[in-house]
Design a protein around this ligand. Structure first.
Ligand SMILES: Cc1cc2nc3c(=O)[nH]c(=O)nc-3n(C[C@H](O)[C@H](O)[C@H](O)COP(=O)(O)OP(=O)(O)OC[C@H]3O[C@@H](n4cnc5c(N)ncnc54)[C@H](O)[C@@H]3O)c2cc1C
Length: 236
């Protein structure tokens, strides 16, 4: 299949005019439409701030190279947020700011584990994840256990009429520590904190499964998946 290159978008009139051409060359054509939705990536903007003159090291992607505490290679110069291109999200920038400020103040701090920063996509149904996929976990040498609970078996999801999706939890098989979670379904971004909390403090699925989750809640789907790792699910 030939991919298409967008050459320009003109939204100055009643309709939007999008000029496209085949990526491998050829004639361009103009598509006329009511609206255009753009879904593009972004990259750090680090030119023009004198970083080169200060000797601050950049990555291949033009991001500012930092260590786990936001320190650059130049003493006293710190970087946080999108310019570091770690995971270009608001909560990454906020967490980096806290760690960098604590480091500057010589206070107690905790380095960020970038693999476990929560990822949220606000489509419908929502998508949320943290940590490793099954493949990534195996690549890193983990023996894994996986449990997947469907929202079709969750009472709150049934009540909401939104039963599409699941909660999948990945744990290291040795101690059942939670190392990944992947969810699609109603408000699943709201289910990330319990999983991030468990991962950050090395809680095992067995420990999390001892917490009582209120009924009916979407969170019970996390409980069920975690029970699935620890032994067996209760309601599926
Ligand atoms: C459309 C869109 C949707 C997004 N949705 C989400 C989301 O749902 N969840 C999420 O977590 N993240 C989301 N993000 C990403 C999030 O906004 C960024 O990761 C976050 O804002 C990064 O924070 P920052 O402080 O690094 O940069 P910014 O928030 O961009 O702040 C940089 C600031 O520096 C200022 N500035 C720039 N140049 C100069 C200069 N020369 N002198 C002085 N000031 C300057 C800018 O004006 C700006 O105020 C979204 C981003 C976009 C573009």
């Amino acid at each position: 299949m030939t991919s298409t290159k967008v050459e320009s978008i003109d939204d100055s009139g009643d309709k939007v005019k999008v000029t496209v051409s085949p990526a491998d060359g050829g004639d361009s054509k103009v598509l006329e439409t009511d609206k255009v939705m753009q879904a593009i990536g972004f990259k750090p903007r680090t030119e023009g701030f004198g970083l080169e003159a200060a000797g601050v090291e950049l990555t291949d992607r033009g991001a500012i190279e930092i260590d786990g505490r936001g320190r650059t290679n130049v003493d006293g110069v710190y970087a946080i947020g999108d310019v570091t291109a770690k995971l270009m999200l608001a909560h990454t920038a906020e967490a980096q700011g806290i760690v960098a400020a604590e480091t500057i103040a010589d206070a107690e701090t905790m380095e960020i584990e970038y693999d476990f920063i929560p990822r949220a996509t606000y489509c419908h149904p929502q998508i949320a994840s943290m940590g490793y996929t099954e493949e990534q976990a195996k690549e890193r040498g983990h023996e894994i256990k996986v449990a997947k609970f469907p929202f079709a078996a969750n009472g709150k999801a049934a009540g909401l009429g939104e039963t599409v999706g699941f909660v999948k939890v990945i744990a290291d098989a040795e101690h059942n520590e939670i190392i990944g979670a992947h969810m699609i379904g109603p408000d699943v971004t709201e289910l990330l904190p319990v999983l991030n909390l468990a991962q950050r403090w090395d809680l095992t699925a067995d420990e999390v499964s001892r917490s009582i989750f209120a009924h009916p809640t979407l969170g019970e789907s996390v409980k069920e998946a975690v029970h699935g790792i620890a032994g067996h699910m209760i309601n599926f």
